[in-house]
Write a protein that binds this ligand. Sequence first.
Ligand code: F6P
Length: 374
Amino acid sequence: MKKKIALVTGGGDCPGINAFLASAVRRGSKEYGAEFVGVRNAFAGLASDNPEQFLVPLDIDSVVGLENRSSTILESSRFNPFTDENVARGYPEKMQANLRKLGISGILGTGGNDTILSASRLEKTGFPTVMAPKSIDNDVSGTDVMLGFRTAIYFGAQAARSTADSARAHRRISLVEVMGRQAGWLALEIGVASGADLITIPEREVNLTELCAEVKNIYVNKKYVNLVVAEGTSIPYDDPVITRARKESAVVRALLEESPELDTFGNPKLGGISQILRRVLIIELGLKKIEEVRTTDLGFTLRGLPPQADDINLGIRFGIRACDILLAENRSGVMVGINGLEIKEVSYEEALKPKTVNRSDRELKALGVFISSH
Ligand code: F6P
């Protein structure tokens, strides 16, 4: 009997997702005669009262040229059907009832740690799912790279390099802030590829007195400094440098007093560390003119990019493998991934182990990462 497969794309969008969708539809239709339907807004669409409104029929003709398109044609959401509140509201049952009503026998999707967690919970209810890893954060285990990471690095490095040239021309201190949540992969690789003087990552807490001294030292000698800072960079908020900045800067006070919003998976919304570090550097280096330190927040510019060839290749290979696992091998509950050049698969449990920067201080320091001695 012809199988009907739903495609979902959850969490933060990124380059390469559409290549996965196009590849899965082509492989599944041609090789296994399967029918595909995209579900907009991921699990929010699947758990809605009118799931039909979120369906996007996908076939070999409708995915022509889709690989090159940025973001995801199926939109996305961070809806978590398995929070205690949503479980009490019966969302998991509603989702299963919708899947039965729509005649859907399996799900293929892209997601980061949160979406993969939801897929693993749906799998535990007995509904077959196979996922492919996507995120510019590159923070899921079981794969060397996630969809979107390579394209984000490529453009992020260009953007950071161009701010570096501007900082050199104007003899300034430039702070480039990038996403990445609690993992420093994005900041690390953009920093190294753009020749940043200093890189700060969440995995190495920053001693601000030492950071300011290091920046001052470079500034005095080179007349400009380029820093790439991860949005999750951790600074000790009881640090005397912060106490001073809080006193002297209304912006620092406002940013520190704002309690971070949490998403449905409990992740704090990050962003703004470069604004705090800018004021700290001006105060601690005794800079007269505020414009001596400038910031650039690359933020979402690295998510909505058209995919580079690397991510198109990866999306297509993930789509083929995910289809073969679900439709030819009738298996599920796994995430596809890439190790070296080989496409592999891991259990959701393995995939959900956080993957943060696990390099030695010695190597990180050599790469330009700021490592505090205290
Ligand atoms: O997970 C990807 C990511 O881009 C993180 O780097 C960032 O912290 C977060 O998503 C932003 O989330 P949102 O898109 O909900 O603002």
